[in-house]
Design a protein around this ligand. Structure first.
Ligand code: UGA
Length: 430
């Protein structure tokens, strides 16, 4: 059964490679020739632990191409995993998805099932089906199925191979059977529903997680005011199985390519239908404010950053990725530069991408140690393991003034105090 995957970003490529790992033959399609030629050499176009190894291991079962006719004409399953970027008004831009639908309609020569894996607003699968039926060249049956993806960057391969559930939004028994067959060797429970509910599950799940983070961040802010400790509060809350202990880490807000985009898209969809999603709106607002929390805290110590040496540790939106999309660093660093600070930054994998956006404005260091030398303030934006394991006494040794503003609660308060640091974190006693 030939499977083709349109789009080789996080969703498309990881899905393709994991399907190959489970014994399927997969063709990956992308319009970007450079990416395809890289993948043909065994190089992953994205930083994702374990992905390149699996690409190499399954190289005989994966074909990479830019030729959509070759990819679609004889495929039995076509997976759409292209991007749905945010439009200016917050809604999702579906042009890539619709373009793939048109290409499928024009090329498919057999009955097949089209799986929409990209995160798309409710009703998009219906529209994809419509586009396919209007543009269909041959007299074949093309069924459209919603099968949203729940992988996280940094753990994408494991999340796909060992997902908690596989959601199938189907409108026919045949489509359900085809998908169940494709996922047969994954051994993961299915949630079978209609297409609109499947589309909704994806947004509802992501927005709930975003809400959970904004909620814990608000509790952290209140802890600071009333003198409580968010770490203990989160532990105490999380032990209740109805709440669960994950996604209760307070910090300087969520970033990435999903939560910021998906909260805005769902809020937009509701507003478009004359309904206001008040909780989601609040989560978005809390997150915007949370991102500049450390700068606000720094005002206790300095009125201006002008002339100060500032060390920044961590640039990516979370550890385990080189992705900067909606990362707190992108909001904070321009503010520091504008105010006249001399910024030095370190990130184990994200620095190259940051350099493309800020080539000359900041100095990039190869080690945490070099970044800290002579610094007046150290900002921590990402909880990389290298930062968490960096000995606290070294901050005191290396920095001019050891003021640490930690946006990810990397260190214990007691240890920071014992090391003689002025240490500010999120939701904990100073
Ligand atoms: C998220 C979801 O977790 C995935 O299930 C989903 O499939 C994916 O979006 C998507 O829609 O494609 P991802 O954006 O890769 O995955 O990253 P997360 O691990 O969810 O982290 C998102 C942000 O939340 C990060 O900035 C992280 O630092 C922040 N976060 C996470 C917190 O601030 N506190 C937490 O307790 C957890």
């Amino acid at each position: 059964m030939k499977i083709s995957v349109a789009g080789t970003g996080y969703v498309g490529l990881v899905t393709a490679v994991c399907l190959a790992e489970r014994g399927n033959n997969v063709t990956c399609l992308d319009i970007d020739e450079e990416k395809i030629s890289q993948m043909n050499k065994g190089i992953a176009p994205i930083f994702e632990p374990g992905l390149e190894e699996l690409m190499k291991k399954n190289k005989d079962n994966i074909t990479y191409t830019t030729d959509y006719t070759k990819a679609y004409s004889d495929a039995r399953i076509i997976i759409i995993g292209v991007g749905t970027p945010e439009k200016k008004d917050g809604s999702a831009n579906l042009n890539f998805v619709y373009e793939v639908a048109r290409q499928i309609a024009q090329t498919v020569e057999n009955d097949c099932v089209v799986i929409v894996k990209s995160t798309v607003p409710v009703g998009t699968n219906d529209k994809v089906e419509q586009i396919i039926n209007i543009n269909k060249k041959n007299n074949v049956l093309i069924e459209v199925v919603s099968n949203p993806e729940f992988l996280s960057q940094g753990t994408a391969v494991n999340d796909t191979l060992n997902a908690a559930r596989i959601v199938l939004g189907v409108e026919s028994e045949n489509a359900e059977n085809v998908l169940k067959k494709m996922y047969n060797d994954f051994n993961i429970p299915f949630v079978v529903t209609d297409r609109r509910s499947a589309e909704m599950i994806k947004y509802a799940a992501n927005d709930f997680l975003a809400l959970k983070i904004s909620y814990i961040n608000e509790m952290a802010n209140l802890c600071e005011i009333v003198g409580a400790n968010i770490d203990d509060v989160a532990t105490g809350m999380g032990m209740d199985p109805r709440i669960g202990n994950r996604f209760l880490n307070a910090g300087i807000g969520y970033g990435g390519s999903c939560f910021p985009k998906d909260t805005k898209a769902l809020h937009w969809l509701a507003s478009f239908n004359d309904y206001e999603l008040k909780t989601v709106k609040a989560a978005i607002e809390v997150n915007e404010n949370q991102k500049i929390k450390l700068i606000k805290k720094s005002r206790k110590y300095y009125d201006t950053f002008n002339g100060l040496n500032i060390a920044v540790l961590g640039l990516t939106f979370k550890p385990g990725t080189d992705d900067l999309r909606d990362a707190p660093s992108l909001v904070n660093i321009p503010l520091l530069i504008e105010d006249g600070a001399h910024v030095k930054a370190w990130d184990p994998v994200g620095a190259e991408n940051f350099k493309k956006l800020f080539p000359d404005e900041i100095y990039y260091c190869d080690s945490i140690q070099d970044t800290l030398i002579d610094a007046d303030i150290c900002f921590i934006f990402t909880e990389w393991a290298e930062i968490k394991n960096f000995p606290l006494y070294k901050y005191k040794e290396l920095m001019k003034n050891p003021l640490i503003l930690d946006g990810r609660n990397c260190y214990s308060l007691t240890e920071a105090e014992e090391a003689g640091l002025v240490y500010e974190s999120i939701g904990r006693r100073k």
